[in-house]
Design a protein around this ligand. Structure first.
Ligand SMILES: Cc1ncc(C[n+]2csc(CCOP(=O)(O)OP(=O)(O)O)c2C)c(N)n1
Ligand SMILES: [Mg+2]
Length: 269
């Protein structure tokens, strides 16, 4: 399966989950779908048949509200062979909670209270360095999430400790829950801010799979951590959801579901 098909399958699964369970956050799941597809299609060294393998690469997925995209890619990659994502998502007693749950195979950290995963990732990266472990630590944060001060402590900490075994991805979709980033709390010039904090910075179109792959593959050899600022579109993949604030919280109606699925099916034709 190529990454384009994987990304489209992620989007179809997300649609199914959000429609069937009347769940939110489809917009943020769609903006990050391509980054996840590339990460899990050969960038990250993980084993679905042994999710706790000690030398695995780690992903700390901080934007836990957009759990459907992470659950979808793990499902596609065979991490949930003994589980039933589509039936059990948000059901009482299920680990498929509506924010990311670490009790699921392949999930490192429960997230949903924004602003925590990058600090945890720094700790794991520091431990890996001290133990001479070769695995890589990935973190994905959303853009609105960068309003949380805890992120900036971690952004200071990582270069100070020469954590070049870390890669951070910012899903820069320019929209948070109640408004546009530039209106609520502007981040630009984001690249300059990371550079001033001594990170290696790469900016990419977060829907261009080759560009994302190249960014993950770029090594700087200067002991600094790397951040990939992925310029994305909230709701990417379904025309009437793209760049629309509404789709942060709205779940697809029956009519929306049919229209959205028709668009996604066209990509597989
Ligand atoms: C600490 C904390 N405050 C508030 C919320 C409520 N909340 C859920 S998503 C969100 C913002 C979503 O915008 P963004 O971070 O840009 O995510 P994305 O656009 O990728 O969905 C907020 C404030 C939360 N989950 N955690
Ligand atoms: Mg956002």
């Amino acid at each position: 399966m190529n990454t384009a098909i994987l990304a489209n399958n992620i989007r179809k699964s997300v649609l199914e989950l959000c429609h069937k369970k009347k769940a939110s956050h489809i917009g943020g799941a769609y903006s990050v779908a391509d980054v996840l597809a590339v990460l899990y299609d050969g960038v990250m060294n993980v084993r679905s048949d042994n999710p706790e393998w000690s030398d695995r690469d780690r992903l700390f997925y901080s934007k836990g509200h957009a759990c459907t995209a992470l659950y979808a890619v793990l499902n596609e990659k065979g991490f949930f062979k003994d589980l039933d994502l589509f039936n059990d998502y948000t059901s009482n007693g299920s680990f498929f909670t509506s924010h990311v749950n670490h009790k699921l195979p392949g999930v490192e950290l429960s997230t949903g209270s924004l602003g925590h995963a990058l600090g945890v990732a720094c700790g794991v990266a520091l431990a890996a360095k001290r133990q001479n472990k070769g695995y890589h630590i990935y973190t994905i944060v959303s853009d609105g999430e960068l309003d949380e001060g805890s992120n900036w402590e971690a952004i200071l900490f990582a270069p100070h400790n020469k954590l070049d075994n870390m890669t951070l991805v910012v899903d820069y979709n320019k929209i948070q829950s109640f408004g546009r980033i530039e209106d609520v709390l502007a981040l630009d010039p984001l690249k300059d801010k990371f550079a001033a904090f001594h990170w290696n910075v790469i900016e990419v179109d977060g829907h261009d799979h080759q560009a994302i792959k190249d960014a993950f593959g770029t090594n700087f050899d200067n002991k600094k951590p790397k951040v990939i600022i992925a310029h994305t579109v909230k709701g990417k993949g379904v025309s009437f959801m793209e760049n629309e604030l509404l789709w942060h919280y709205r779940s697809p109606s029956d009519d929306d579901y049919v229209k959205a699925l028709a668009e996604l099916e066209m990509n597989n034709a």
